[in-house]
Design a protein around this ligand. Structure first.
Ligand code: DQA
Length: 147
């Protein structure tokens, strides 16, 4: 069975309460439920990780190669800072889709640079929960081709 690892970076555990004008009113649990629904429809498996710790995310990506067919990641603040997560994605060679709830290019200048984008297959940014759903659909298509 095609399996995709969904990674949520730092502070995304606070979704729903955290700056809802920017990130929307869905909690992380509600986002994961919507992703699960799409996964069931597409008959694929999902696993979820939310972590506020860069090393934990690096470790999970490092172990993903043989267990998953693709990655869906919202690296959150690490998008703009983490060479370590970028290198882990490059090393694992899994097709990776980067997603953001907000449009990072319409916000502060420091958010305009993604260190992850060059090692991702593509990026979806600015559509709230739909960024995740569109991103998962893209990851599923990539995973099915790869399999
Ligand atoms: C985010 C955008 C990042 O700049 C920010 O640090 C986040 C969330 C988004 O989903 O819009 O934590 O990745």
């Amino acid at each position: 069975m095609v399996k995709i690892l969904v990674i949520h970076g730092p502070n995304l555990n606070l979704l729903g309460k955290r700056q809802p004008n920017i990130y929307g009113r869905f909690s992380l649990e509600e986002i994961n439920q919507q992703l699960k629904k799409l996964a069931e429809k597409e008959k694929i498996g999902l696993e979820f990780l939310q972590s506020n710790h860069e090393g934990e995310i690096v470790d999970a990506i490092g172990k993903a190669k043989d267990r998953f067919s693709a990655l869906l990641i919202n690296p959150a603040a690490y998008t703009h800072t983490s060479v370590a997560i970028r290198d882990a994605i490059a090393a694992c060679e899994l097709p990776t889709v980067e997603v953001h709830l907000s449009n990072i290019y319409a916000r502060e200048e420091f958010r305009h640079t993604s260190l992850i984008a060059p090692v991702a297959q593509g990026q979806v940014s600015g559509f709230g929960i739909n960024s995740y759903l569109l991103g998962l659909q893209a990851a599923i298509n990539l995973a099915k081709v790869k399999k």
